[in-house]
Structures are given as structure tokens and as C-alpha cells.
Design a protein around this ligand. Sequence first.
Ligand code: XMP
Length: 594
Amino acid sequence: MNQSPDQGTRPQIIVLDTGGQYCHLITRKIRELGVYSEIRPSETPASELAGVLGIVISGGPASVYESGSPQVDPAIFDLPCAVLGICYGQQLIAWHLGGTVSPGKKGEYGMAHLDLESSAALFQGATGRQQVWMSHRDTVTAAPAGFDVYGATETCAIASMGSAARRIYGVQFHPEVVHTERGRQILSNFLFGVCGCETDWSPREQTSRIEEEIRQRVGDRNVFFFVSGGVDSTVAFTLCLRALGPERVRALYVDTGLMRDSETPFVQGVFESLGKGIFAVEYAEERFVGALAGVREPEKKRHIIGEKFVEVQEQILASGQFLEGNWILGQGTIYPDTIESGGTAKADLIKTHHNRVSGIQKLLAEGRIVEPLHLLYKDEVREVGRELNLPEELLSRHPFPGPGLAIRCLCEDEVRPVEPLDAGWLAPLHSVGVQGDSRTYRPVLLLEESPASPGVHLKATEMINRLAGINRVAAVTGTHTPVAELKTSAAYITTERLDRLRAADSIVRSLCLSSGFEHKVWQFPVIIVPLGAGDRPDSIVLRPIDSVDGMTAQSVAMPQALLDEMTSALLALPGICTVLYDLTHKPPGTIEWE
Ligand code: XMP
């Protein structure tokens, strides 16, 4: 991003990224404890780390003894700072300092019981038998000379080790994961007891520093944003507006026609309350919805939407309307999406393509991009938004996917009836799931029982494990036609179906808001599926879930009275035949149906 961190944010702790999914989680947890921390590639030379108070080596999927696996500069162990190795990080410490690492006989994944005895500062108030989260196959089988072994689980004899004299510690378990009972205490001990950090970080206190950084980077130029109506681009824009004034910032919002009901007026309202004449809408519904005609395959739909975004953005950039002369581009890119932070390759692919189309790459190379949130995590962006007095309705919104309602509008090519099974009905509606490490695209099992009945989620999981051909189970909460008579139809993305989905989504959202259920769930996708009968060809799926980060999710039960009210309101909509309730956790289902 060519935006070096401002001197006001010198990290006390550096997390070395060894390629795992956990390094952002570690950094976030450290910042939550009030200590500013950043990520660097694992091979960063020790000379570049001089001055930090502590180094954390993260977990990662590789094996230390394989060639090409992520390494650290061994000189970091001679720096005057403390070191904590987590999982693969502990194995790297052992490997470099003369211990032994071996492939485990069987892996250890999930919850485990740790017995921990130690008087080391790292474990003050955190000793004894406790629950920890494990995710590893390799283990340290001999600690380096001079190291003590502090703890073991049933399958892992060296679950923690360290040298208090050298202030180098390792843990095989993950203190950054919520399932590790005393993880927060251990991280806090590392920061304040071992490293001697002081609290220096509160996102709400960052606004004036960020505004100063914007003024320095932008100079006498002006800033133009493509905004999505999401939290990140709105907060980034508002910071620029405050830093530069209303004459020097403009926002453009692309209405793809794939938005929820009233979304465009909502976004318009938010921006108009920020200032007059700073916001414009590019209406592009025909281009997006037109390009999706007759397309069933989820991946193809995503691809088409990605291409259209690129096309529209590049046209606007090429028109010279904003970027001639003195304009540069502002973006709401956040820390996990920056290349410097080692954001995972996959996450980059999904999330950064809009931020990294070729026209934008060119601007990046020319230093004509400003990304005010490039050091912040999502929750921190929300905090900054609160400091800026942005409406809570915007800041606490559920996440909404970039491709919009297109991935909540299920398509099928064929007319096919549901089939009876001894446990329920097999509906030939294909949705995306994730089993093992692979993506699935399979039919759904329908059950005619209440989604609130005891054990129903457990039963759903058992059914998916037992019936190899399905990846989802949904309960029927109300129908105009007996389930036995339902059929799929050949249906694609059309304005008519999108309008039907918007009407359903809007009913669900207003009932959720008025009942308070909105804030009891992490996300609540509403999906339209081509299953019905006669003049009611579609059905609606309710998918309330709980999650921390969207990587895994649990289907959540809803109060019966609310469900009954929602079901009857949805069945009153024209074209809607049945209401379904998705009982599937992720994995094996995904959150979206696609
Ligand atoms: P899945 O369906 O994979 O979704 O379980 C996980 C989370 O990611 C969101 N999602 C997206 N967000 N662009 C986004 O910004 C996308 O292309 C995208 N696809 C899925 C989804 O809503 C859920 O919160």
C-alpha cells in the first residue's frame, strides 16, 4: 500500500506470520488487551525487529522439517525482547534451539484438557487443569536444553515449554481462541508480565492521528471513493471528509440491482447527512441483472458479477470524471486485506478483487490511493465509526456479501418433484456446502417438524452424515401445498424473483428488528429457492446463524411466536409457496446457499 505506519503507532509486539489462519486472531486479541501489535512475514530479519518488546510466532499448517516451510531468523532468539511461540511457533523454537519435533501418531484437533504446572510469569493465575483448543499433528518431542516442560495433554507430552531466564516460551495450544479457557489471561501475562508492555491502544483515540495521516498522504489533491454502503467504505470516507473538507471528497455508489429493499435510499441518506453534493449513484441494474440471465451455476454467477464490477469501475475511472489532474482514489481496505499483513491468499482473492482491478493497481503504483483504515480490524473500524457519530444502524449491521442478493437467489435448470425418504423429503435444490476441505453442491433434505423441537439440530447433523448425497437439512415451517406435491422449476435471476426476495427479506428484517432478534444472531440470510407449485413457484428459506467470524457457524433456533408470525407474513406474499428453516451448521453447510 506504500503507506508506512505513522510513528504514532509503533508496535510493541510483532506477530510473525507462518501462514496460519490464526495470526490475525492473535494480533486482534493483543490489541483488545490495549497493546498495539502488527504482523510481519515470519522471515523478517531480526535487525528489523529491534526495539519491539515481544515477538509472537504464530501457528501455521506446515511441518518445520519440510523444505520450504516458513522459517524465522534464528537471530530473533538473541534479541533483548521476549518470544512466545504458538503451535507451529513452539515447534520452530524447539527446532532452532536444539529440541526435537516429530510427526504425531494422530492429530489433536479441538478441545483438550491441559494439566499445567509452572511458576513462570507467563502462567500467573492460569495453572492447573484447564480446557484448551488444539489443532496440530506434529509435536515437540524433546525440549531444547535449558527449557522446562510446563504442561501436557493426553496426546501431547510437551503442550508448553519455556526458559524463564531467556524469556522464550512455547505453547502447543491456541491461547488466542475463545475455547481456550485461560487464553486471555496467558496472553495478558505475556504482554504485561513477561514483555513489560504498557497499554497504548484504543481505536477510538485514533481518529485525529488518521486524519493527520490522510492530510499528509493526500497533500493538495482531492479524494474520490467507490462506496458500498458497508461500514468500512463509509468510515474511510467520513475520515477523509473530516480531514479534507466537503469540497475535496466525492463518493460514488454503484446500484447493481442486487441490493436489499431500500438499500440505495438508506446509503444515500447516510451520505447526504454527512454533507451536500458529495455523493452520487451510478444505476447499473440492467447491466448486472441482464448479464445473469439464464445462469444457474453459483461460481459462474460470482464470476459475472466480479467482471461487471470491474467493467463499471474501470469505465468510471477511464472517463476521467474524477481522476483527471488532482484526484486520487480512497478505499476502505482494512488490515486483514492488506498484503503487508500477510492476509491469507484466499481471503485476498474473495475480498480484494474490487480493490485491486488493473486501473486501481496502476493508481497504487503511482501513489494515488489512500486507505485510511489499512491498519485497523473490523471491530476497530466500528469503534472509530462510533467516535465519528455515524449511525449505529449502519455500524452494527449484519455482514452482507459483495455479490449481494445474487447468491441468495437460488437457480435450477430442471422441473423435478421432491422424493419421499424414510426420514423426510429429498428436495432436488442444489446448494453449496463445505465438507472436509472441499466444496459440495448437493440437494436438501426437508423435515416436517418444528425447528424448535428438542434435538432437531443434532438430528440434522446425523442425517447429513448418514445420507451421503445431501449437504443440508431444512424444516418446513409452513406451506400452501403438501410437501409431497412440491416441484423445482427452471428458474434464474430475474427482476421478478429479486423483487420477491426483497419483499421477503424486508418482512424478515422488520420483524427481527422489532422483536430484538436481529441482535441475537450474527447474520440472517433470507434465500429464495425455486420450489413450489402452480402460481406459487418459489419458497423462502430462513437462515439465522451465530458465528464469530463466518468461518464456522451454528444454525440458531428462533422464538416460536416470532417464527409463526414470520411464516404467515411470508406465505401471504404472491408467488411464495413454502417457508423453510435451515437447520444446518457450517460445516457441513455454508452460510449462504449461492
Ligand atoms: P459462506 O457462505 O462461505 O459465508 O459460509 C461466510 C461469510 O462470508 C460472507 N460472504 C461474502 N462476503 N463477499 C463478501 O464480502 C463475498 O463474495 C462473500 N461471500 C460470502 C457471507 O455472507 C458470510 O457472512
